[in-house]
Design a protein around this ligand. Structure first.
Ligand SMILES: [Zn+2]
Ligand SMILES: [Zn+2]
Length: 272
């Protein structure tokens, strides 16, 4: 932990009163500090090398400026679910069936090449990409929220957990690594506050209509979140069913407000 901001973050002193000792114990107890160190080492090895997309030389980061500028975004978007809407107004789906979270920020659309980058992280263990994803998320947050309001609410970042068997099989949780990079960049507290006690069928293999039922009750809180503003962090939001289930668990644990921050948002399928 050579980065003083990281150290402060772990010991809960970045935001006085915001990151409790419980947050710190929680964060270190889960062991993702180890994963983060590994990711950072990988990132540092890659830093002076080549863009992950076009192999142009890069001085800073994993992507060159030209590639970063062309990554797909969703603006203007529904403030609640981050799907594109004219003028950035709340979408009809959110008005008709309000989700249990207040707002969603998505750094990118889940489309080429963002989909390939996130798949390389998740399925091929390119852990250095978590650093890119966390920084992309932090930049999106900074564009949306004034620094003052971010400091005022000092939300607690909570990565979406994997079920234990899935985490063992993968060896890491990409949402934890992304949340850690974003929390460090934004100097916000982070806690592994939710658990996923039972394995569910992979959402990717299910029709959209069955996904909400599949993850219903899948999450439980590992601690109280009374009067905290909570931000759920994940790599991709597809239907939003998983984040809905997690938001219900956070609210049941006392969270005052729940938001979602995701690296990428999937566009709904076009009607046939
Ligand atoms: Zn490039
Ligand atoms: Zn919406």
């Amino acid at each position: 932990m050579s980065n003083p901001r990281t150290a402060a973050f772990y010991y809960g002193s970045t935001q006085p009163g915001a990151a409790s000792a419980a947050d710190a114990a929680d964060a270190s107890a889960t062991g993702f500090a180890w994963c983060a160190r590994l990711a950072r080492r990988q990132a540092q090895r890659l830093l002076p090398q080549r863009c992950a997309l076009c192999v142009a030389p890069v001085a800073d980061g994993l992507l060159c400026d030209a590639c970063r500028a062309t990554l797909p975004t969703l603006d203007p978007a529904c403030p609640r679910c981050a799907l594109p809407t004219p003028d950035g107004l709340e979408c009809g789906a959110c008005l008709a069936d309000p989700p249990p979270f207040a707002a969603t920020l998505a750094a990118h659309a889940y489309a080429f090449p963002v989909d390939r980058l996130l798949q390389a992280l998740k399925y091929h263990g390119r852990l250095a990409l978590a650093e890119w994803a966390g920084l992309a998320l932090a930049q999106r947050v900074r564009r949306a929220l004034p620094e003052r309001s971010l400091r005022a609410c000092a939300p607690l970042l909570v990565p979406l957990p994997l079920a234990a068997a899935r985490q063992r099989e993968r060896g890491f949780n990409q949402a934890q690594l992304i949340a850690l990079a974003a929390a460090r960049e934004l100097a916000l507290p982070l806690a592994d506050a939710l658990a996923r006690p039972r394995a569910t069928a992979p959402q990717a293999g299910l029709p959209w209509s069955q996904r909400l039922r599949n993850v219903h009750g899948a999450f439980v809180a590992r601690r109280r979140l009374d009067d905290r503003d909570v931000v759920l962090v994940d790599d991709v939001m597809t239907t939003g069913a998983t984040l809905r289930a997690a938001a219900v668990a956070a609210t049941a644990a006392g969270a005052r407000r729940v938001d979602c921050w995701v690296v990428a948002r999937t566009l709904p399928p076009r009607p046939p």
